[in-house]
Design a protein around this ligand. Structure first.
Ligand SMILES: Cc1cn([C@H]2C[C@H](O)[C@@H](COP(=O)(O)OP(=O)(O)OP(=O)(O)O)O2)c(=O)[nH]c1=O
Length: 218
């Protein structure tokens, strides 16, 4: 793992991680952030629009997760994220079972693909929010039936977008160029630092009656 950057939370507010993902908590801890965990409800991730691209989807889900958790915290900086893999126009989220995981691994086998993570920061004392998306390109070696079988029986695919864990130390998956490892694992730590440092300039005020998502950079 690359060295993890960190920033102070604007206004010294408590940081709330709106995620049940163990990877996101590990990344924040590794960068020495102090935070509490309050995962968003499962329905924050429902509803897929067929015309939506992967970056649009992760931005929307990150926003919805933050929005859900923001209602429970009066004065905090809520952080939410959503990660998917994307190949040839297909969006791969978390596999529902082993068969689904196998299907995903066979789809990704031997191909370049992208992992997108949407990040949302939501400051609850003034309802200001920013959303951004980071893309990392990866390439997966062609997997043999034996490699797929072994990985499936390890159960390491569970709960991971695209049915693989970059952090699991497999030599059959690598990042192309200088992409962010932490982005693949669920939280782009370099971009998070930038978002926290520029929050007061970039965040938009959310209309809490009919909230609309601010546009991300992607
Ligand atoms: C691509 C990839 C994803 N992942 C994980 C990160 C995320 O936890 C998960 C994608 O699912 P998400 O829906 O983004 O997150 P989650 O359901 O785990 O947690 P929450 O919704 O509460 O925030 O896949 C890895 O751990 N390694 C990888 O290499």
């Amino acid at each position: 793992m690359q060295r993890l950057p960190s920033a102070t939370i604007p206004g010294g507010l408590p940081l709330v991680l709106a995620s049940g993902s163990p990877r996101r908590a590990q990344l924040l801890k590794a960068a020495s952030y102090q935070f509490t965990i309050d995962p968003a409800g499962a329905d924050a991730e429902c509803g897929m629009c067929s015309r939506e691209t992967a970056p649009e989807l992760v931005a929307r889900y990150a926003f919805r997760k933050a929005q859900d958790v923001a209602t429970r915290h009066r004065s905090a900086m809520v952080l939410a994220a959503d990660t998917v893999a994307s190949v040839a126009g297909m969006i791969l989220g978390k596999p529902s079972d082993e068969l689904h995981a196998e299907e995903m691994l066979r789809t990704l086998s031997g191909r370049r693909h992208d992992v997108y993570t949407g990040v949302c920061l939501w400051r609850t004392n003034d309802q200001r929010c920013c959303v951004d998306v980071v893309r990392t390109e990866l390439v997966m070696e062609t997997l043999t039936d034996k490699m797929i079988e072994e990985y499936l029986s390890s159960m390491l695919w569970e709960g991971k977008a695209g049915a693989f864990g970059y952090q699991d130390g497999n030599d059959w998956i690598r990042i192309v160029g200088k992409g962010s490892e932490s982005n693949v694992v669920g939280l782009p730590m370099e971009r998070l630092k930038e978002l926290l440092e520029t929050f007061d300039q970039i965040a938009e005020t959310i209309d809490t009656v009919g909230p609309e998502m601010p546009t991300s950079n992607q």
